[in-house]
Design a protein around this ligand. Structure first.
Ligand code: COA
Length: 389
């Protein structure tokens, strides 16, 4: 069986950003709470004419431009922020990317987890036909009620990756562990724009589920905890990675502690600290940050610990491929983050409220996005997407 894994990884985020200090001031909270207690300094905010489809297309376009469209027969679109109850966001994406007719496009949902299900489904398709290259896109906008403790853990972004044989970035190892338990820690009923969350119970449900998935990973021949070099956790806020890693180490009686544990996760947080929560994309922003950090990880074992409230977790590992840095998109990614326009609190609040439309069946959006595609609005209940150029 040839090696299968991630061949390319690219991301996109909102046109705007807000510093969490501005939100702290309005809420009358010590800004150190957000920076140190949550591990967040700022978050991305979408323009009126951006949504999960425009973000996904902006993330995936550099991949198809570099690798070509040949052999891409499947788009797996993972999201919690679905825009339609029936039609897959992957179909809109398919057109924006200019892919041919002979492609299947579907959407997958399980809170923040479904990108990792997509990775496994993609690997299975590639195992069946090594000529296939599967495009996985994770794209989300995290929205909670304003003025609640969850407000500073919003954010938005999309991470796209290509799953192929003989991948250039990370080769997946065969073992993976899974865990499902019906918990009401976070959910979003169909009539709501914002998620309902029981924050404290979501933290403990997350840790239990990841520990359960790790146990299953081990039972299926996965590496021992101390044989894994770096850990990419789902990061609803980056301090969550530290909490999860320390608790897992303690439960497994790891020989590592303190600084040695921090060193295994520190490089995974660079992007999420600045983007905020991006639900399905978050763990792949962690992987991107790790692979684009200074340290050379050639030949090292990296774990992905994926969690979606509700709840499902999966733990899997892979090995970093020699030459992976030649594929790095670090400059483009840094440029994208630096180019975001800083909003003040008032402008951010106005944008947050703009998702509530008087007539959701018909409206136009203002031209704001700096990305390659825009969401122009809704006409007779049909969403309109177009290139910006
Ligand atoms: N300086 C530094 N740290 C401070 C601080 C200060 N002035 N004030 C508080 N903190 C720390 C707290 O000690 C706590 O850290 P700890 O957990 O290590 O003890 C942290 O900041 C968070 O504060 P806390 O008051 O415990 O929580 P909160 O009510 O602000 O809620 C969440 C935090 C994450 C639960 C909330 O933002 C949320 O519900 N988010 C959405 C759901 C989510 O992200 N779930 C995660 C699993 S998917």
């Amino acid at each position: 069986m040839p090696a299968i894994g991630i061949d390319d990884l690219s991301f996109a985020t909102g046109t705007y950003r807000i510093e969490l200090a501005a939100i702290a001031e309005r809420l009358g909270v010590d800004p150190a709470k957000f920076e140190h207690g949550l591990g967040q300094v700022e978050m991305s905010v979408l323009a009126e004419d951006e949504d999960i489809v425009t973000l996904a297309a902006a993330a995936a376009l550099p991949i198809v431009e570099r690798a070509g469209r040949e052999g891409i027969r499947t788009i797996l679109f993972a999201t919690e922020t679905g825009i339609d109850q029936s039609k897959s966001a992957g179909v809109y994406l398919h057109r924006l990317l200019g892919l041919g007719d002979h492609v299947r496009a579907v959407e997958l949902k399980q809170a923040c987890y479904s990108g990792t299900a997509a990775l496994q489904f993609a690997a299975a398709l590639v195992a069946r036909d090594p000529a296939e290259r599967v495009l996985v896109v994770t794209s989300d906008v995290a929205r909670y009620e304003l003025g609640t403790p969850a407000e500073p853990t919003q954010g938005a972004g999309a991470a796209a990756f290509l799953v192929t044989v003989e991948p250039a970035l990370v080769e997946l190892e065969p073992a993976s562990g899974v865990f499902t338990r019906d918990v009401m820690d976070f959910w979003r009923p169909n009539h709501r724009h914002t998620a309902i969350v029981d924050g404290k119970s979501s933290i403990s449900a997350y840790i239990d589920a990841v520990a359960g998935a790790f146990e299953d990973y081990r039972a299926r021949g996965g590496a021992a905890f101390d044989e894994i070099d770096r850990f990419c956790y789902h990061q609803p806020f980056t301090r969550m990675a530290a909490k999860a890693h320390r608790q897992l180490a303690e439960r497994l009686s790891s020989s590592r502690d303190g600084a040695a544990l921090d060193a295994q996760i520190d490089d995974t947080m660079g992007y999420n600290r600045r983007i905020g929560n991006s639900y399905t994309a978050s763990v792949y922003f962690a992987l991107a940050a790790l692979l684009e950090a200074e340290e050379d990880l050639t030949g090292r074992r990296v774990a992905i610990a994926s969690y979606g409230s509700g709840s499902v977790a999966e733990f899997l590992s892979g090995v970093v491929v020699p030459g992976y840095r030649e594929r790095s998109r670090v400059e483009a990614h840094e440029r994208l983050l630096a180019a975001r326009t800083l909003l003040d609190d008032e402008a951010y609040l106005a944008l947050q409220r703009s998702v509530q439309r008087d007539d959701p069946s018909n409206y136009e959006t203002q031209r704001q996005t700096s990305g390659p595609f825009r969401f122009a609005g809704v006409r007779d209940d049909k969403r309109i997407y177009e290139p910006t150029a």
